[in-house]
Design a protein around this ligand. Structure first.
Ligand code: GDP
Length: 432
């Protein structure tokens, strides 16, 4: 669902406005710092469109200055939201703190809707109009308390939100993009042929979808995927010189365009540097990953035992990825690709709600606090999933968190939420 973050300095009426938007009367519990804050995101519906409202107020620890708090709030909003609802107080006018936020919002290029709150009567409407000078477009005069103007405000918000789906309607998207990559002769084109032959190749006449001629739509296990750069796989360009360079360019281009990469490895031969480089590229690009050990029909007992050792030694850093032992020529286990692709893409697109994430972080902070360094104890205050595809988390911390602790958090995130087949990124915004 699209996310709206509500930003503004204290006392401008953010919580009241949030309550107004989500259609509730009781006050959102405000002043509880950090992870102990119960919820910050709420489901909302307007005109049958669903979205999520994130109340950025109230989570920050009180140990810092107001300006810094608001800047962080805006940063949080920018990291996690599709649009920002910036609230100012029409009865007070704009203060320096407001101006600072405007700067951050402008730089972010996220759509911003400006709400001039506390316009309870005609007289304050004039004050609201003066907010044009913030350069954020039309100020919507509202009274969060009485509900005045909130309909127009919500219309404006929905207009800038991406694809807010109708209530009860699943989010629509086109076929997901899959790249088959791997060094030459591992069986990429054999695999593509096998998939395209045994599954139906979809002719793309559907309205509104256009396929790049280098791509093919192939149905695998009941789902249609767009296989990227299949022309490159089929054409098998064999330039005499510069061949490897161009092959690697193609590979990178395909990885960039894909959402999931099937990295094909020749199971009958020892792993090579090139295999590992391609796997790393997929991880670095943040794509979902499935490893296909091909030519399984050519492996014997001894080779399989050795492959196991190679996996423990060289592939351990890709332990989060799924793998399938296949033979593109005999068709062995090719039918397992479909479910594995689906699983990895589901992980890749997972969204953990802010409430769930912070309940989890709260448990970690309680049971495994960061070690004390130089008399200080860095601490996770709050976290949010900034992105899906791949899952990317931003942790707001007091003090610099060590890499080891971050890896521990990532491990625990995987234990808690799965994420089989997808890289997981954890970023930190630290405050000294
Ligand atoms: P690409 O360069 O990665 O596209 O590899 P190809 O699909 O052209 O395959 C290279 C060679 O390996 C061809 O001779 C294929 O017949 C052979 N090959 C591909 N997959 C398998 C497999 O699963 N088993 C066996 N025995 N041979 C395979």
């Amino acid at each position: 669902l699209p996310v709206v973050a509500v930003v503004g300095r204290p006392n401008v009426g953010k919580s009241t406005l949030v309550n107004r938007i989500i259609g509730r009367r009781e006050a959102v519990v405000q002043d509880v710092p950090g992870v102990t804050r119960d919820r910050v995101s709420y489901d909302a519906v307007w005109n049958g469109r669903q979205f999520v409202v994130v109340d950025t107020g109230g989570w920050a620890s009180d140990a810092k200055g107001l300006a810094a708090q608001i800047a962080e709030q805006a940063e949080l909003a920018i990291a996690s939201a599709d649009a920002v609802l910036f609230v100012v107080d029409a009865t007070v006018g704009t203060l320096d703190e407001d101006e600072a936020v405007v700067e951050v919002l402008r730089r972010s290029r996220k759509p911003v809707v400006l709400a001039a709150n506390k316009v309870d009567d005609q007289r304050t409407e004039m004050e609201a109009a003066s907010m044009w000078n913030l350069g954020l477009g039309e100020p919507y005069a509202v009274s969060a308390l009485h509900g005045r103007g909130s309909g127009d405000l919500l219309d404006a918000l929905l207009a800038v939100l991406p694809q807010a789906p109708r209530e009860g309607e699943p989010v629509e998207r086109g076929p997901r993009r899959v790249a088959i990559v791997g060094k030459p002769n591992v069986g990429k084109s054999s695999l593509l042929n096998k998939l395209a032959r045994q599954q139906r190749v979809v002719v793309d006449n559907a309205a509104g979808t256009t396929v790049d001629p280098v791509d093919e739509l192939v149905e695998v296990d009941g789902e249609v995927y767009r296989f990227i750069d299949t022309a490159g796989i089929r054409r098998r360009v064999k330039e005499a010189s510069g061949h490897e360079y161009y092959a690697s360019l193609r590979t990178h281009g395909a990885i960039e365009r894909a959402e999931l990469c099937i990295v094909v490895v020749d199971a009958s031969e020892p792993l090579t540097e090139q295999d590992l480089r391609i796997l790393s590229s997929v991880e670095e690009a943040g794509r979902a990953l499935l490893i296909a050990f091909n030519k399984w029909d050519l492996t014997d007992e001894e080779r399989r035992r050795y492959l196991e050792r190679e996996m423990e030694r060289d592939l351990v850093q890709f332990g989060w990825a799924g793998h399938v032992n296949i033979s593109a020529t005999t068709g062995r286990h090719v039918d397992r690709l479909g479910p594995a692709i689906r699983e990895a893409l589901d992980s890749w697109e997972t969204r953990i709600s802010t409430g769930k994430l912070n309940a989890f972080l709260g448990r970690i902070v309680a049971s495994h606090p960061h070690p004390v360094r130089g008399g200080k104890q860095p601490r996770i205050l709050f976290g949010t999933q900034a992105q899906a595809g791949p899952p990317t988390f931003v942790l707001f911390t007091s003090g610099q968190v060590e890499d080891g602790y971050l890896r521990f958090v990532e491990r625990r995130l995987r234990e808690e939420f799965g994420f089989k087949g997808t890289p997981v990124h954890v970023q930190v915004r630290a405050r000294e």
